[in-house]
Ligand binder design. Sequence first.
Ligand code: ACO
Length: 159
Amino acid sequence: MTFDTEKELVVRPLQPHEEIPYDLLLLAEETIEAIDKHIKNAEIYILEYESRIIAVYVLQIIDNCTLEIKYIAVDAGYQGQGIGKFLLEDAASKAHARGYSSMIIGTGDVAVMQLNLYQKAGFVIYDKKENFFINNYPEPIYENGVQLKDMIMLRKELR
Ligand code: ACO
């Protein structure tokens, strides 16, 4: 679906009475159980377009200085049109406005597109959680035909 970039995009917090957009979050995570585990105490932000939720990101406070983008996902029909990039900028500006000085994000070692996107958005690799996807998931996960093993962590300084 083509996305009209002329329209103003508003990202807002999901309200308590609204349903968690599991369909979108499942693009970024394996199971609802894993999502539920990770969204406890987290903040869910959504992007609506033509009255539909088409993208989501989830922020988790790590400490007084750092927020983590726990999940980011764009409806498959709207991917590749700059929305992911826009959401990363939106998350960084919201975090900066709240006084955080850095933002982190993690992704699989073979997630080439995501690593590309995050680095283009100013995130820099600072750590690798070895065997994260092997130790934390009951089944092997494959991306681009390769088994996910390590989680690559990236950080962006906010200024
Ligand atoms: N191949 C390679 N690179 C690509 C591709 C592609 N098919 N699509 C996008 N990119 C890269 C490019 O570098 C692009 O920058 P450019 O346009 O300047 O070349 C950059 O990503 C930005 O692309 P967007 O169009 O902004 O990305 P999109 O709106 O598709 O959102 C996202 C990216 C969130 C990863 C989306 O594709 C998605 O929801 N994927 C499924 C869920 C997922 O994998 N989420 C991340 C898991 S990790 C986590 O949640 C912390």
